[in-house]
Design a binder for this molecule. Structure first.
Ligand code: 8YV
Length: 325
C-alpha cells in the first residue's frame, strides 16, 4: 500500500518530522526550492497537513490540495487555520488540547507574580549592583488584596483559577455563557467584570470573535490599580489601546506572553521598565512541547488507520467516517 502524503508547510520539531517521515510520505515544503511549483505539480497527492503553530492554512491554500482530508495543527489555539473553510471542504482539523493545560497555567501564575511583585525589575536591580549602592528594592504592589477576572474560562482558564484559589485570592470569570457546577462567579459583560476586578487574565483563543475584546473601555474599567496578564492570543488585546492606557496611568501595569504581531513587540512596550514581556513561552517546556508534537503525529496516524481523529476541533466534529487508507 502506498503511504499517504503528508505536507509539512514549515519546519516542525524533530520528533514530529522523524515520526511522520517513518510512517508517511512526508513532504517538507519549506525545503522545496519552488513551493508554488511543487503545489501546482503535486498538490493533488496531499492527504494530510502537519501544521506548525504559525503557518496560515486558509481556504485558498486548502483549495490547492483537492484530496486533503486532515489538518493536524500544533497548539491548542488554531486561529491560523481556517477551520470553517475546512469544515465546508469536509476536511478535519485537529489541535493539541489538554497536554499543555497545566504548563500554561503554571507559566501564567509565574507571569502574574513576576508582574505584580516586579520580580524581573528586582533581579535587574540586584545585578546592576543597586542593592549594595542604593539599598533595598522599592516595595512592590501585592497579589494579596486582588480580585482576579479570567477571560477565557476553558480548560486552561480553570487550571489557572484552581491555582489562584490555592493562593487565597478571589476569582471570577467572563465567558459567552455561565458554566454550571463551577466555583467561580460569572459575569455576562466583560466591562462589568473589569469594573469588579483589579486584575484581568486573558486566556481567550484568537480569531475574529475575540479580536480586541480588551479595549480602551475594558482597560478604563479595570482602573488605575489594574494589572493585565495576557497568555492567550495577542489579537485579543487592542495593543495600541493598552500602550495608551499604560502611558496615561489608566491601568497600573501588564504582563504579556503574546502580542498582536509576533515576534514584533512594539517599541513602546519594550521601552517600559514596568511591564513584563515574554516571547510566547506559555507551553514552551521540552516536556510539554514533546507531548504536543506527539499528539499532532498521533492524530494523523489514527486518522490514516481509519480510527478517526483523536482531538478534532469543534468546527469539524468527528462523524465517524475514517480515511480510506
Ligand atoms: C503554541 C500556543 O504552541 O497552543 C497554543 O495555542 O499558543 C502555544 O502553546 C505556540 O503558538 C507555539 O509557538
Amino acid at each position: 500500500m502506498t503511504k499517504p502524503t503528508i505536507l509539512m508547510p514549515s519546519r516542525m520539531m524533530p520528533l514530529v518530522v522523524e515520526r511522520l517521515a517513518a510512517r508517511f510520505h512526508l513532504v517538507r515544503l519549506w525545503e522545496e526550492a519552488d513551493r508554488e511549483a511543487w503545489l501546482a505539480a503535486h498538490g493533488g497527492s496531499v492527504r494530510g497537513i502537519a501544521a506548525g503553530a504559525h503557518h496560515r492554512i486558509d481556504d485558498a491554500f486548502m483549495g490547492r490540495l483537492p484530496h486533503l482530508e486532515i489538518v493536524a495543527s500544533f497548539g491548542v489555539g488554531y486561529d491560523h487555520v481556517d477551520a470553517h473553510a475546512a469544515a465546508r471542504r469536509g476536511v478535519v482539523v485537529t489541535n493539541t488540547p489538554d497536554v499543555l493545560t497545566e504548563e500554561v497555567a503554571d507559566l501564567t501564575l509565574g507571569l502574574l507574580l513576576a508582574t505584580v511583585r516586579r520580580l524581573p525589575q528586582a533581579e535587574r536591580y540586584l545585578r546592576e549592583g543597586r542593592w549594595k549602592a542604593q539599598g533595598s528594592f522599592p516595595l512592590s504592589p501585592t497579589l494579596r488584596t486582588r480580585t482576579i477576572g479570567i477571560l477565557g474560562y476553558g480548560r486552561i482558564g480553570k487550571a489557572i483559577a484552581r491555582r489562584l484559589d490555592a493562593f487565597g485570592v478571589t476569582v471570577v470569570y467572563h465567558g459567552r455563557r455561565r458554566q454550571e457546577g463551577v466555583p467561580h462567579r460569572h459575569y455576562d459583560s466583560l466591562v462589568e467584570m473589569a469594573r469588579a476586578v483589579d486584575t484581568l487574565i486573558c486566556v481567550a483563543p484568537g480569531g475574529a470573535g475575540t479580536r480586541h475584546l480588551v479595549s480602551t473601555q475594558v482597560l478604563e474599567a479595570l482602573g488605575p490599580d489594574g494589572v493585565l496578564i495576557n497568555v492567550g492570543r495577542g489579537s485579543v488585546v487592542d495593543e495600541a489601546a493598552l500602550i495608551a492606557a499604560l502611558d496615561k496611568g489608566t491601568i497600573l501595569t501588564a504582563g504579556l506572553d503574546v502580542f498582536e504581531d509576533e515576534p514584533n513587540v512594539p517599541a513602546a512596550l519594550l521601552a517600559r521598565d514596568d511591564v513584563v514581556l515574554l516571547p510566547h513561552v506559555g507551553s514552551a517546556s521540552v516536556h510539554t512541547r514533546e507531548a504536543m508534537g506527539a499528539l499532532v503525529v498521533d492524530n494523523l496516524v489514527s486518522w490514516f488507520e481509519g480510527a478517526g481523529p483523536l482531538t478534532p476541533v469543534e468546527e469539524t466534529p468527528w462523524r465517524g467516517e475514517g480515511a480510506a487508507s
